[in-house]
Design a protein around this ligand. Structure first.
Ligand SMILES: Nc1ncnc2c1ncn2[C@@H]1O[C@H](COP(=O)(O)OP(=O)(O)O)[C@@H](O)[C@H]1O
Ligand code: SF4
Ligand SMILES: [Mg+2]
Length: 367
């Protein structure tokens, strides 16, 4: 599986002015949960009326001729919830994450965060959004400044968003290191003195430092060895409970989603092939692509070892997508109709969406 190029973490959007201290009442509007009083003023039944934390509708992102994302919709309710974006390299996962973070512009569709139109955010509301949504990249070596020690790296984020007064930053940084399982002595080390897993812990501590409401985890374990992978997944699992975390977990590996994600969206060539509750989708995929991805990870279900489906070839060039079903050149179940007719995303079971002409047959195990 190809690994996407290194991506350096963007510098904090708003550097603190020298000596800046947090001011009382300067709490950003999107970074914190609404207070109970504010909620009750807005609606008598806040739980029923609350919009999803993240709502993406018909998102389109283009890079020249390449349609990296071709009309993707997804929803994340917030609270303790993991939404997986699964697909091979080039399927548009990172681009969706970057569009959510406003690092790439959307050519169409909508992104809403707690009900607010993300593309329309300006000034203080945008700064508040930049705090509320944090990203952890695949390659921790590329996302941490090699010249900066770990403590100041975390303190920088704390001060940029005025989370604590300057004097308290080292202490808070040490507490965050402890939270991700690193001794406070790590604060004085440089990234090159750490293992890949330790660096990724620092990247997670830095992202958590500003108390985000949503984390985008872009292949957070793909650059790590197997043992470090397992430990980072364990850490994410622990933090999700302790911090009531909502996250988008981007991965090409189905093997890591079952424990960490309630819902999964499977992407192929910038479009949703299938979406649904993770357990149901893994137990009985309704799209041949989901079936192939799942069978590449037999440990997801040992009973599958016998029914392994090999996925041949590479995804097609995104600049020249195939006619009909974009998956048809690689699909073992393609029929004549698939070559000309684009399958629409449709509900096959409550909460389960599939874009395949033969979804019912696949789901029932008839093919
Ligand atoms: N900055 C960019 N410029 C041009 N094409 C890009 C850029 N970023 C991504 N792409 C293209 O968009 C498509 C989706 O890429 P990406 O979102 O990185 O996929 P994934 O994260 O699933 O591997 C690919 O065809 C990729 O080559
Ligand atoms: S629509 Fe046809 S080609 Fe596409 S996934 Fe379904 S069976 Fe395969
Ligand atoms: Mg990627």
């Amino acid at each position: 599986m190809a690994i996407t190029p290194q991506q350096r973490r963007p510098a904090p959007a708003d550097e603190p002015s020298p000596g800046a201290e947090p001011t009382a009442g300067a709490e950003p509007t999107l970074a914190a949960e609404p207070t109970p009083a504010a909620e009750s003023a807005l609606a008598p039944s806040p739980a029923a009326a609350a919009p999803p934390l993240l709502e993406v509708r018909d998102l389109i992102v283009r890079f020249g001729l390449v349609r990296a994302v071709g009309g993707v919709s997804l929803e994340l309710p917030g609270g303790q919830f993991g939404l997986a974006l699964v697909g091979e390299s080039g399927s548009g996962k990172t681009t969706i994450g970057r569009a959510v973070l406003r690092l790439v512009p959307a050519a169409g569709g909508q992104i809403r965060f707690a009900g607010a139109d993300v593309t329309a955010l300006r000034g203080r509301a945008l700064k508040s959004y930049r705090r509320a949504v944090q990203i952890v990249f695949q390659d921790p070596a590329g996302s941490l400044d090699p010249r900066m020690r770990v403590g100041p790296t975390i303190a920088e984020a704390l001060l940029a968003h005025r989370v604590v007064p300057r004097k308290q930053a080292p202490e808070r940084a040490a507490a965050l290191l402890a939270e991700v399982g690193l001794d406070e002595a790590f604060a004085s080390r440089h990234p090159h003195e750490l293992s890949g897993g330790q660096r990724q812990r620092v990247a997670i501590a830095r992202a958590l430092s500003v108390e985000p409401r949503l984390l985008v985890l872009d292949e957070p374990t793909s650059a790590l060895d197997v043992r470090a992978q397992a430990r980072i997944l364990e850490l994410i699992g622990r933090l999700r409970g302790e911090r009531n975390l909502a996250y988008l977990l981007i991965t090409h590996n189905f093997g890591i989603v079952s424990e960490l994600c309630e819902r999964t969206v499977v992407l192929y060539l910038g479009m949703v092939a299938e979406a649904g509750p993770t357990a149901a989708l893994l137990a009985a995929p309704a799209h041949p692509y989901t079936r192939a991805l799942r069978s590449a990870v037999p440990e997801v279900d040992p009973a599958l070892r016998r029914s392994r489906v090999i996925l041949h070839g590479e995804p097609p060039d995104a600049a020249r997508p195939p006619a009909g079903c974009v998956f048809h050149p690689r699909c073992p179940l393609a029929i004549a109709r698939c070559l000309t007719e684009v399958p629409q995303l449709a509900q096959v079971r409550p909460g389960r969406l599939v874009a395949c002409h033969r979804a019912d047959e696949v789901l029932s195990g008839a093919v």
